[in-house]
Design a protein around this ligand. Structure first.
Ligand code: XIL
Length: 382
């Protein structure tokens, strides 16, 4: 269902698209922002239930990424356990942080998070077994065409095997599609692809399934949320890859949609995104929103307006995602503006503190919290 607001900006977007003048686009952008900042928009929430409980009431999971260091703050820690029903280690399970040397794994921090999740009755999901970023510094010197297959198998067997039976799900493979790399299969030219060819993907999922038959095995990626030329291409390439894997009987169970949203991007089309989610579900795959946050990089200075726009983006996006029965959970990439990767990965030009997450840096709830709470409260039950 397209809302009045979306119809307005879609129409403008079309006009902008047809006779794309700078001012036409700017006007569309302005109208879009004004509609998102609508002072009359209702963000009221009934009761005080935490987000995790509201999600659970609909058969969904809500949680967040967390770093062991963040939990050293008692106020943050108690908020985290109060609101979340699942956690994902932000970095502790990345190979760079697990493998100080080629022959040694250091699971200290990852084990700590797994233990804390267990103690606080939270589920835990793993992120990520195979990625081309946060590889150990020694990777390129040590891993070569002759040993890469055994290295990949050993890594997954050791890491996924260690937590077998504990993990809700694993991001087995992260960010492997890049249509700009001009391959007909749309795969990103990563060290894994260069060393092993496209077969590394099937190998990773089959190895993970053997190492932990209990975990949901997830392909995780970004850039699927907006209807830009690259977004369309990435959706098509991702669906094609997933369909090929499923056809071959590869044990893959879900698509992780990172959902790093941009409140200034006018290319979110609820109808088109809903259709994409339906296409994913039709492959007998579940859907996880794995790294949700909304950058306010290009928004006005005024934090009241910024928070309203951010909250609108959260609620409009989640209304679409949660309408898809295959969606099983939502994790935000952090809880509080105190700890967000966007501070350095997407800083504002005016250098004002960014405000992308449901709680502010002082751990006060924001309208974004209301928006997410409303999305869970209004979601159909699973
Ligand atoms: C980021 C973390 O938040 C940072 O702390 C780290 O330095 C780099 O990675 N997509 C992903 C995540 O899959 O692993 C990334 O997280 C953000 C983009």
């Amino acid at each position: 269902m397209i809302t009045r607001r979306q119809a307005l900006f879609l129409g403008l977007g079309t006009v902008g698209g047809l006779g794309a003048t700078f001012f036409g686009r700017l006007r569309a952008q302005q109208l879009y922002q004004e509609s998102l900042a609508d002072p009359k928009r209702d963000f009221s929430v009934t009761g005080d239930l935490p987000l995790g409980d509201r999600a659970l009431a609909k058969g969904l999971l809500y949680g967040a990424a967390v770093h062991t260091d963040y939990l050293a703050d008692p106020d943050f820690e108690s908020l985290f356990w109060h609101e979340c029903k699942i956690l994902v280690p932000e970095n502790e399970l990345q190979s760079k942080n697990l493998r100080p040397t080629p022959d040694r794994f250091d699971f200290t921090k990852a084990d700590r998070l797994a233990q804390l999740a267990h103690e606080h009755d939270l589920q835990i999901r793993g992120h990520s077994l195979i990625w081309h970023i946060l590889l150990p510094d020694w990777f390129t010197e040590v891993v070569n065409a002759q040993n890469a297959e055994q290295f990949l198998i050993n890594h997954i067997q050791t890491v996924a095997g260690r937590y077998a039976g504990q993990m809700h799900s694993w991001d087995v493979l992260n960010e492997a599609i890049e249509t700009g790399d001009d391959r007909s299969d749309g795969l990103k030219k990563t060290p894994w692809l260069e060393l092993l060819g496209p077969e590394y993907i099937e190998l990773a999922f089959r190895t993970a399934a053997e190492a932990d038959p209990h975990a949901l095995l997830v392909y995780n990626d970004y850039g699927l949320e907006y209807e830009t030329r690259l977004g369309y291409a990435k959706r098509r390439a991702t669906l094609r890859m997933l369909e090929q894997l499923k056809t071959k009987g590869v044990p893959i169970h879900a698509l992780g949609i990172q959902s790093h949203l941009n409140a200034a991007d006018v290319n979110f089309n609820p109808t088109g995104f809903r259709a994409f989610l339906q296409d994913v579900a039709s492959l007998d795959l579940k859907i996880l929103v794995t790294e949700l946050d909304v950058t306010d990089r290009y928004l006005p200075v005024d934090t009241v307006i910024r928070d309203r726009i951010i909250a609108s983006v959260y609620e409009d996006y989640l209304a679409v995602v949660l309408d898809e029965p295959a969606t099983i959970g939502v994790l935000t990439w952090g809880l509080s503006d105190r700890h967000t990767w966007l501070s350095w990965s997407s800083p504002r030009e005016d250098n004002l503190p960014v405000r992308p997450l449901p709680w502010d840096a002082q751990l006060n709830r924001k309208l974004a919290w209301n928006a997410i709470a409303r999305a869970f409260d209004n979601a159909p039950s699973r």
